[in-house]
Design a protein around this ligand. Structure first.
Ligand code: SF4
Length: 236
């Protein structure tokens, strides 16, 4: 989830906190029922492990620690930073998995359409394609979305037991809670960091720097990780 940079930070924190409260109230049995009804079965098409299909794979802090132990080169700052200050420094709420330099943008850990680290794959990889987000539909009505990419990958004939669907539903809720908590903590840190260092987000600087980045310039990105900001110099 990314919020438009122009919305003031306190409003963003309030919106995310409301979202998290709604998540707490969502019955896990209801999500388990959706999982059983959908009957999704992975057919190892590997589509969901590519940038072409899924944009990027955002990592929770706990997963970043796991990637660092496996292969630190697999980490990169998540795209679309939330802020850019008046000095041209970007800020983003976490890391993403790096992709390979092939046409599809395959995940760093994908080889011959198989995950090289399947038994140790990350939280989002374990729960995908399930999710629990409140998002607008095509008519702008905000409602829960529990599945990503329906009918665009996998097959839908699986019989999923009550226990398995409940386990998946619980893990999905835990992931969404951890994700929202990380976003809120990042915004709280940014609020304090900007105030302490007399910084502010400037959209024009953001747009200019991003354009130059796309033309090959190096940029500096501060990435939120375990309550701190870690500095990276990156090039497209
Ligand atoms: S870590 Fe494995 S399961 Fe996760 S996106 Fe990469 S290849 Fe796919």
């Amino acid at each position: 989830m990314r919020y438009v940079s122009l919305i003031p930070i306190p409003l963003r924190i309030a919106a995310l906190t409301r979202e998290r409260n709604s998540l707490f109230d969502y019955p896990v049995e209801r999500l388990a029922g959706v999982i059983k009804d959908v009957g999704f079965r992975c057919i190892s098409c590997a589509k969901c492990c590519t940038r072409a299909f899924n944009g990027h794979v955002f990592l929770l802090d706990c997963d970043v620690t796991a990637v660092q132990a496996l292969d630190p080169a697999a980490l990169e700052p998540a795209p679309a930073p939330e802020f850019c200050d008046q000095n041209g420094i970007f800020y983003v709420s976490g890391y993403a998995l790096r992709t390979q330099d092939d046409d599809a943008g395959s995940c760093w850990f994908l080889k011959n359409s198989r995950c090289r680290i399947y038994d140790r794959r990350f939280t989002i990889c374990r729960i995908y394609p399930y999710m629990l987000h409140r998002e607008p539909d095509e008519y702008g009505k905000i409602d829960w979305r529990q599945f990503s990419g329906l009918d665009r990958h996998g097959e839908y004939d699986a019989v999923i037991s009550d226990d398995e669907s409940l386990d998946l539903a619980r893990e999905t809720k835990e992931y969404e809670n951890a994700f929202l908590t990380q976003e809120i903590q990042f915004l709280e840190l940014m609020q304090e960091y900007f105030r302490r260092h007399r910084l502010r987000h400037v959209q024009k600087v953001y747009d200019d720097r991003l354009r130059r980045f796309n033309q090959g310039d190096e940029i500096t990105v501060m990435v939120y990780y375990q309550g701190l900001l870690k500095k990276h110099h990156i090039r497209k």
